[in-house]
Design a protein around this ligand. Structure first.
Ligand code: UTP
Length: 271
């Protein structure tokens, strides 16, 4: 059973500068609702009971957003406003399931994940990258089904343009399980067009085994001098651990760039 999810939020967000010099991009409204709430709703709907946020001192605004009880209580005492009351209840619902851990130096996604080591209770856990929204279908829920059936790790995936492979983790297929699920034989972090084994990209949803922490402890820096989760996944695959690429059916929205962010709002407003 997958009961815990982790969400790395401690990155610098350089692609959304200058906004991210003072603001947490995950709180930016997408069609009126902070991006992170879409991710939380996906988790809750997929049956997740606890969500671990990896933040940094610079991103404490995110913690404050969910821990602002005094503020709401004061307003609600003065004003019996139904909308504010409903918003506060929603925040309280999220607050109940969120735990915070800190990564104060952005050494990479792998290092961020390692910070959650002592809190992970089960054999497998879910990780979601908040820049990657998937709408129209709960990708995490579908991946949990694939995990249950195959007792394996699962990564969300989609085909990308060959010219864009260097933006993603790219995997090669060992065997087709069915039309949307593939056994993975290798994965490379942001390869050049020439080095890419395919155009199957890993998107920000992962069901990872607890063993990943043992690999992460010794994971050396990779591309761009960062500790990448993909490099430890590669080692686990080499060691014989099963990883499945799940081609999701929902629509992918990238909120981590200026144009992607604007487009995400437009797409969600059409739903
Ligand atoms: P990215 O490196 O893709 O994005 O991290 P970023 O740092 O948020 O933004 P850019 O690339 O500088 O514009 C993917 C996810 O991992 C988190 C980020 O917050 C993001 O959600 N992350 C990244 C960490 O938590 N810690 C890190 O050291 C690096």
């Amino acid at each position: 059973m997958i009961r815990q999810a982790i969400i790395p939020l401690a990155g610098l967000g350089t692609r959304l500068l200058p906004l991210t010099s003072v603001f947490a991009k995950e709180l930016l409204p997408i069609n009126g609702k902070p991006g992170i709430e879409y991710i939380l709703d996906e988790c809750i709907d997929a049956g997740i009971k606890e969500v671990i946020f990896i933040i940094s001192k610079k991103k404490e605004m995110i913690k404050n957003y969910f821990h602002n009880d005094a503020f709401y209580n004061k307003i609600l005492k003065k004003k019996k406003d139904k909308r504010i009351s409903a918003e506060y209840n929603k925040i309280l619902k999220y607050k109940k399931i969120i735990k915070f851990v800190y990564q104060n130096k952005p050494l990479g996604t792998g290092d961020a994940v390692l910070k959650t080591k002592k809190y992970i209770k089960d054999k497998y856990f879910l990780m979601l990258l908040p820049d990657d929204l998937i709408i129209k279908r709960n990708c995490s829920k579908d991946m949990i089904k694939v995990h249950k059936k195959n007792k394996a790790s699962v990564m969300a995936s989609m085909k990308v343009k060959k010219t864009n492979v260097s933006r993603w983790g790219i995997y090669s297929i060992k065997k087709k399980i069915n039309n949307s699920n593939f056994l993975i034989s290798d994965v490379v972090e942001k390869p050049s067009i020439n080095d890419a084994p395919s155009n199957n990209a890993v998107i920000g949803r992962y069901i990872l085994p607890k063993e990943i922490f043992e690999k992460l402890k010794f994971q050396k820096k990779g591309r761009g001098g960062e500790i990448h989760i993909t490099d430890s996944i590669k080692t686990l695959i080499k060691d014989g651990k099963t990883f499945i690429g799940h081609q999701f059916t929902g629509k992918y929205l990238d909120c981590g760039t200026h144009s992607g962010y604007i487009n995400s709002g437009l797409e969600i407003s059409k739903l």
